[in-house]
Design a protein around this ligand. Structure first.
Ligand SMILES: [Zn+2]
Length: 481
């Protein structure tokens, strides 16, 4: 089954084929954070959707080359640095670091590069692109000295957001307080310096100023990935004007189709309402962690709803996430105990069931990865996972599962968790700890209690605790969770 993705541009599910003639390399650009505050859980929902997409493509053999930009100059960062009375770079550096810490907390795979808008190389690329657009009549410098994109000269403008440019005035989607522009929908490529910008400015052929937000992404994407990308992601908020503008600017310069698949993540609501500071329901990742939840619990809670469906974040949902992960942890512990048992009678190999087929009562059911092939159908994929857990637990209860089958299920889990990345600590025991733990299981099977105790002490000395339960040995970090 091919991978199918929903393309915002065509409003249809399309079979995914990258531009790479060998069909392996995928060029992916994802709009990153504006570093004027800590990112909120709505931002992270989008970053987690992108992480799921990348990891799934990689599990299918694609080699993903991903770029995520850091917007470290715009109205909000400039305002923040003024209010804090510190230079812009100093103001944004703390939030940049916090952003990377948050990515780690949520186990989000790092992009190959995180270009920053204020990098001189990127600013030079933006200026070069703006120059090209002016040369081609697609941009102009207005009386206020700022440079604007001339949307009437780009016939495809509006195709991504699916609206007619002529409707712009009446929809109120653009502000009408800028009278210097030829058309109300023209957007800034270069913003002329004014007093509010303070020391933040760069030289350009059009005078001192700074880039507009949209051109930042066009420049960074093409600088690092080339003129044509396979996938461009973001939140639905980015569709207009940001991504619409990115298409106009980039294609206006290159004359080539900028992006093959546009993918957007739906909104996150909190307790059924739009998240807003004024409503007191605005949460950063740190706010949720401070309530006692772990990064993997937040990861699961924000990832478990299909990316195109609105996600309602609730504390009840966080508890459900905790319970779901607890079920997975318990299941893995049982499987490990079964896998390390040597005395049980092996199930004949003919009875060993291929994991992806276990829960296939009819021909139409799909496995975990096939569900994700279908436009990242996470609900279907998690359905397969929990049905598998239920069924294999039943087999273990009925003493129908031998060590080999348990090992096969643990292998299957590895391929599932390579995408989900929700394993507890147990699954990530350092190799040396795992070795000691396994040696202890063997010692106990041989009734060598002295050796078993020595190994328990050895584990304790390294900060790990071995406990013996009815489902076998459990290893936990001492004093940890
Ligand atoms: Zn962007």
């Amino acid at each position: 089954m091919p991978i199918r993705l929903f393309n915002t541009y065509s409003r249809a599910l399309e079979e995914f084929r990258p531009l790479d003639p060998a069909g392996r390399v995928v060029k992916m650009y994802t709009c990153g954070p504006t570093v004027y505050s800590h990112a909120h859980i709505g931002n992270f929902r989008a970053y987690l959707f992108e992480d799921l997409l990348q990891r799934h493509l990689e599990s299918r053999g694609f080699q993903v080359r991903r770029v995520m930009n850091i917007t470290d100059v715009d109205d909000k960062t400039i305002r923040g640095s003024r209010e804090a009375s510190v230079p812009l770079a100093e103001f944004t550096s703390g939030f940049k670091k916090a952003f990377f810490d948050d990515l780690d907390t949520l186990r989000i795979k790092r992009a190959d590069s995180f270009p920053e808008a204020t990098d001189p190389r990127e600013i030079a690329k933006m200026i070069e692109m703006i120059g090209t657009l002016i040369e081609r009549g697609l941009a102009y410098q207005a009386e206020d000295k700022s440079v604007y994109f001339r949307i009437n000269k780009f016939p495809d403008y509006g195709k991504l957001a699916h609206f007619n440019v002529e409707e712009l005035r009446s929809t109120g989607r653009v502000k009408s307080d800028e009278y210097d522009k030829e058309h109300i929908g023209d957007f800034a490529l270069w913003k002329a310096w004014d007093e509010a910008d303070g020391a933040v400015k760069w030289e350009s052929p059009w005078g001192d100023g700074r880039p507009g937000w949209h051109i930042e992404c066009s420049a960074m994407a093409t600088q690092l990935l080339g003129d044509e990308l396979d996938i461009h992601c973001g939140g639905v908020d980015n569709i207009f004007p940001h991504h619409e503008a990115e298409i106009a600017q980039t294609e206006g310069c290159t004359g080539k189709k900028f992006v093959r698949y546009w993918m957007h993540c739906a909104h996150l609501m909190v307790e059924g309402q739009k998240m807003a500071k004024s409503l007191g329901n605005f949460y950063t990742l740190r706010d949720v962690i401070a309530k006692g939840y772990s990064g993997r619990e937040v990861r699961y809670a924000l990832m478990r709803v299909h990316y195109r469906a609105p996600l309602n974040f609730t504390w009840e949902g966080m508890e459900e996430a905790r319970q779901a992960l607890g079920r997975i942890d318990d299941w893995l512990e049982r499987l490990r105990a079964h896998a390390s048992e040597t005395k049980t009678t092996e199930a004949p190999s003919s009875k060993l069931q291929a994991p992806e087929k276990l829960q296939a009562p009819n021909e139409e059911s799909r496995g975990f990865h096939e569900e994700l092939d279908d436009d990242l159908n996470i609900s279907g994929a998690l359905g397969v996972l929990f049905e598998t857990i239920r069924e294999t637990n039943r087999r273990m209860d009925a003493a129908e599962m031998g060590a080999e089958e348990a090992k096969a299920w643990l292998e299957w889990w590895k391929s599932v968790d390579g995408v989900l990345r929700i394993s507890g600590e147990q699954a990530e025991l350092p190799a040396e700890i795992l070795q000691l733990a396994e040696a202890r299981v063997q010692a106990r099977l041989a009734k060598d209690w002295r050796k078993s105790d020595e190994l328990r002490d050895e584990l304790a000395a390294r900060g790990w605790e071995a406990r013996d339960t009815k489902d076998g040995q459990k290893i936990t970090r001492r004093g940890g969770t």
